[in-house]
Design a protein around this ligand. Structure first.
Ligand SMILES: [Zn+2]
Length: 76
């Protein structure tokens, strides 16, 4: 995996961004509090927090990713 985005200060969230990357999503560097991630089909996007307060944030965001209809197609 080749990272082109600004590294996330939290290890588990950096890994989360890596999952989006592996699935073919485009990661935009953070402006203020969020990274923006955009899916390969162009119809889905999400904000990824710099410092989420929810302890299940990584888990929940990953399951959201897996539920996207374009997830399998974008996988590489
Ligand atoms: Zn999509």
């Amino acid at each position: 995996m080749r990272r082109y985005w600004a590294k996330h200060p939290k290890k588990e969230l950096e890994a989360l961004l890596g999952e989006f990357h592996e699935a073919g999503w485009r990661i935009e560097n953070p402006k203020r509090k969020y990274y923006r991630v955009k899916c390969p089909c162009g119809e889905h996007k999400k904000s990824v927090h710099i410092s989420p307060s929810d302890p299940n944030y990584v888990k929940n965001t990953l399951s959201w990713l897996y539920r996207q209809p374009c997830y399998q197609e974008g996988r590489r």
